[in-house]
Design a protein around this ligand. Structure first.
Ligand code: AHR
Length: 630
């Protein structure tokens, strides 16, 4: 075989050329429709996905539930001049039944010129931009009316200078909520800032639920980081599977995603420990999840807790499970009921009268881990109750069942690229009389914190198999989606979108997914391929109404891959098309927080297409060819 040098869009790749492939496509013979919901999103509270991630809250440990070594995590005392103060948790003082304790600041000495107080470090800093209004609030109480105001400031870690300041007037001797706005002027964009709260009087002051938000996506109160929402929108998703994952189950039954504790005013949310080893603020509660789907105009795949938690506790089917089934029915009503229903009414009172469209409800998560064998009975009990009230819902099982056929079965795959290459035909011969398939979690686990080009090739190869089998596979979602790239931010490597407090980036795999979803098509024509290298994969879909054919070509070899394409059954195929290329120099190449766009899709004109044409895919490349075929 000859050694070739081929110019890729962003690199020169050398390697032996694989045998030429011949791809024959019969456009007038559709094999089946493409599932319109094939690509969606899956996230959970892992890798600081919400707190310290999508959920835009800037104050870390805002309710003082995290206790660090010898103190309150992420908070420190600050004395100015000759002031003197100490801080500690007061178990007996809290602003609500949900938040029964608070931070007490005991000020022995302070005056207006020599203030004392506490500072919060944020989630690895606090992102500050010029001419921006940051909306804050806190609950506070003082031991005397003499305490006076609290001064609130965003302060640069490097200069110690305030970049924005506000005053919360005279603190009451009863718990009260205070609001403030911190507005920056012409300041440098930086994440090296903290929040400082100080008083200028001796005495005692208690604080809780200290919150600060930058502008959010669509200006939602308690909302999300805009650029992360935009990155998700650019993936062209059609659904969000929520709220997890392991996060749904919790390590223990009491640590499950107990949705009723995640709705309503933040001060009424007790927060809970996530199985990923940190406290969840539950600022991203059930309603916020649903509003997120609304903002992205996508469907909700609602996973309900089904009586099994990660450390093996389970609720036996029967009367003990009934309260959990009822809770799931309430949850479905909260999401889908109109305002005249009990829980739809609660949602309306919380500011969202319109019901959310839900088609799929998932019963549990990865219940194949339940070695007690109780899932069969638990699923059946949920199924019966949910179908009786909501016959239109499609119910997803998370483990194979022997006694009944679920509507949909959730399969999970975490593999290396080579394993995906080997397994790309996984569903080609799968039983079509069984349940539909939801590939609810899958990922090529190569690269850390985010995936590299090798993983993008594994992902793309696997997606060709999912598209080919999208008569069976109704939905698929990569997991996990997000990772905070700061030290200690990651619990699970090989994620798609990385960020710190200030910026974010997509991995090569992120772009591969976005390319596949953007050019989805509506039907899979009959096709076959001969020749080609062992690591060359393809998928072909068509959107007949739009007059388009989409060819996805994945060359995971180092050398170029030539392919002769023959299309029959179309009136005419235009000579001009488009090619979108994602190319790396080697499998380890990747994007990072400091080099965020090393590997990105490049769109160019494709000349010389037609019913028959030859094309060369560079090594380590994922390509989408968009062709016009009537
Ligand atoms: O995606 C990370 C974890 O992998 C999910 O929480 C769990 O469902 C799976 O085991």
């Amino acid at each position: 075989m000859a050694a070739l040098a081929v110019s890729g869009s962003s690199a020169v790749v050398c390697g032996a050329q694989s045998p030429t492939a011949t791809l024959s496509i019969q456009l007038d013979k559709p094999a089946h429709a493409v599932s319109p919901t094939l690509y969606g999103l899956m996230t959970e509270e892992i890798n600081y996905s919400y707190d310290g991630g999508l959920y835009a809250e800037m104050v870390r440990n805002r309710t003082f539930q995290d206790h660090g070594f010898g103190g309150v995590a992420h908070w420190n005392i600050e004395h100015m001049g000759n002031s003197n103060a100490s801080m500690g948790i007061d178990q007996a003082e809290g602003p609500s039944a949900a938040l029964e304790h608070s931070l007490a600041i005991t000020v022995k000495q302070a005056d207006v010129a020599n203030q004392a107080g506490v500072r919060n470090e944020g989630y690895w800093g606090m992102a500050v931009r010029a001419n921006t209004a940051y909306k804050g609030s806190l609950y506070a109480k003082a031991d005397s009316a003499e305490m006076g105001p609290i001064t609130v400031a965003l302060v640069s870690d490097n200069s110690g200078k305030a970049v924005a300041t506000a005053t919360v007037p005279g603190i009451s001797t009863e718990w009260k909520r205070y609001e403030f706005t911190l507005t920056t002027g012409k300041v440098e964009t930086s994440a090296e800032n903290h929040l400082l709260l100080t008083v200028g009087h001796a005495g005692k002051v208690w604080i809780d639920m200290v919150s600060l938000f930058p502008p959010t996506y669509k200006d939602r109160v308690n909302g999300n980081r805009p650029e992360l929402m935009e990155k998700m929108a650019a993936m062209h998703p059609t659904f969000l599977r929520l709220p997890g994952g392991n996060y749904l189950e919790g390590d223990l039954i009491d640590e499950r995603f107990d949705w009723k504790n995640t709705i309503g005013p933040l001060v009424d949310r007790p927060t809970h420990r996530s199985p990923w080893m940190y406290q969840s603020s539950d600022g991203m509660g059930l309603l916020e999840f649903l509003e997120w789907t609304e903002d992205l105009k996508i469907q909700t795949v609602l996973a309900v807790y089904a009586g099994y938690s990660l450390k093996g506790d389970h609720i036996a089917p029967g009367p003990a499970l009934t309260p959990f089934v009822d809770d799931a029915l309430d949850e479905i009503e909260f999401a889908t009921g109109d305002a005249s229903t009990k829980w739809g009414g609660v949602r309306a009172k919380l500011g969202h009268p319109a019901a959310f469209p839900v088609k799929y409800v998932e019963i549990g998560n990865e219940d194949w881990f339940d070695k007690s064998g109780s899932y069969e009975g638990r699923y059946a009990q949920f199924y019966k109750a949910i179908k009786a009230k909501y016959p239109q819902l499609e119910l997803i099982a998370t483990a194979p069942l022997k006694r009944m056929k679920p509507d949909v079965l959730d399969d999970h795959y975490y593999k290396r690229a080579d394993e995906f290459f080997e397994d790309v035909k996984h569903y080609d011969t799968a039983d079509r009389s069984g349940p539909k398939i939801f590939v609810g979690e899958w990922a090529t686990r190569e690269g850390s914190p985010t995936t590299n080009m090798g993983a993008a090739l594994g992902d793309a190869a696997w997606m060709t198999g999912m598209e080919r089998n999208s008569d069976l596979i109704v939905m698929a979602s990569y997991a996990p989606l997000f990772v905070n790239v700061n030290p200690g931010g990651m619990q699970w490597e090989s994620d798609l979108i990385g960020y710190d407090a200030l910026t974010s980036y997509g991995s090569p795999g992120y772009y591969a997914q976005a390319m596949f979803a953007e050019y989805l098509g509506t039907e899979v024509p009959t096709s076959s391929m001969t020749g080609g290298g062992a690591r060359f994969f393809y998928s072909v879909t068509r959107d007949a109404a739009a007059g388009k054919v989409f060819l996805k070509l994945v060359n995971a070899a180092s050398g170029p891959q030539a392919v002769d394409i023959e299309m029959s059954g179309a009136g005419a195929v235009a000579k001009a098309g488009t090619v979108v290329s994602l190319t790396g120099t080697n499998p380890a190449e990747t994007n990072t927080i400091s080099a965020p766009t090393r590997i990105v899709p490049v769109k160019t004109a494709l000349k010389g297409a037609g019913a028959k044409f030859s094309h060369v895919v560079p090594g380590y490349s994922v390509q989408v060819l968009e062709l016009q075929a009537k």
